[in-house]
Design a protein around this ligand. Structure first.
Ligand code: SAM
Length: 294
């Protein structure tokens, strides 16, 4: 039986054995703290019936924990240099499928069909920080059956995902995450829990996907265009942000009327609006789309 990873000695031993060189461009900071690993597994609430997708298994540390808790684990790793290491560290497990690929190019809904009869999967990862947002948004926006996502992210990103209006961290990511899921902070994780140590603090966050979004909106794509335009230049008023956006077809008069119908002052800033208010604004404007000149 291969030794269980998760402590610094075993991690260093396997890295040295394979002459592995860390690739900064892939955001490689491997977990070396068993307490953090236990917390992640417990927070993800993994059962023997579950299929888990792990993004970026590294040398397989968390993959071992996941394989012991789950029914099946699909682990997707981009770095070819890690594949022979993973084949060694995971050789004692018969419920792991290892894929050498870029997660942004993988058909994850197809994996859920292939390995979980299309039922909702759980996603667990110590994410590569350079692509946190595209990974999370891809998981939500593509039609992927997901129960929950439990991920290590930069602490600042975890703050942005959880916060509401009035905070400097509030923005398009907060609104997108909160439209699709309920966020819960599992733990803050200091740099010394990783090898090599990242320059930033980290946090584990669990996003439990809603069966139905907490707000009803006629055209979610339009609401997200409004949200992006509102936050693209934070110092602008909502009116200026929306009327100067090339993504939106509305006249200044239409936007002024919609803001007034919301009961808000003309100089209101986008960062003060709640998700409900963005949904309402979106419905007011989508009613006007038919009146627009071609
Ligand atoms: N899970 C391991 C752990 O906790 O020790 C490693 C986590 S490390 C922060 C991020 C991992 O994601 C690395 O193994 C890296 O090579 C991998 N990775 C980076 N970009 C990726 C991508 N686009 N697709 C799949 N894996 C990726």
């Amino acid at each position: 039986m291969e030794p269980r990873l998760g402590n610094p000695q075993n991690t260093i031993r396997i890295i040295k054995k394979h002459n592995f060189v860390f690739q900064k461009k892939f955001g490689q900071n491997f977990l070396i703290d068993t307490r953090v690993l236990d917390k992640i597994i417990a927070a993800a609430d993994i059962q023997k019936k579950d299929m888990v997708l792990e993004i970026g298994p590294g040398i397989g540390t968390m993959t071992q924990y996941l394989a012991e808790a789950a029914g099946h684990v699909v682990a997707v790793e981009i770095d070819a240099g890690l594949i022979p290491i993973l084949k060694e560290t995971l050789q004692d497990y018969d419920n792991i499928t290892l894929l050498h690929n870029d997660i942004l190019k993988v058909d994850i809904a197809g994996l859920a069909r292939q390995y979980n009869q299309g039922n909702p999967i759980k996603v667990v990862a110590n994410l590569p920080y350079y692509i946190t947002t595209p990974i999370i948004m891809g998981l939500f926006e593509k039609d992927i059956p997901i129960e929950n996502i439990t991920v290590m992210v930069q602490k600042e990103v975890a703050d942005r995902m959880r916060t509401g209006p009035g905070s400097k961290d509030y923005g398009a990511l907060s609104l997108a995450v909160q439209y699709y899921a309920s966020p819960y902070l599992v733990a803050n994780v200091p740099p010394n829990c990783f090898l090599p140590r990242p320059k930033v603090g980290s946090a584990v966050i669990r996003l439990t996907r809603y069966a139905c979004p907490p707000v009803q909106v006629k055209d979610p794509a339009l609401m997200f265009r409004l949200i992006r335009a509102s936050f693209s230049q934070r110092r602008k008023t909502l009116l200026n942000g929306l009327s100067h956006s090339s993504e939106l077809p509305f006249s200044k008069e239409q936007i002024t009327a919609a803001i007034a119908a919301l009961g808000m002052a003309p100089a209101v800033r986008g960062e003060t609006l709640t998700l409900e208010q963005f949904a309402h604004l979106s419905d007011l404007l989508s009613d006007q789309k038919g009146n627009l000149p071609c």
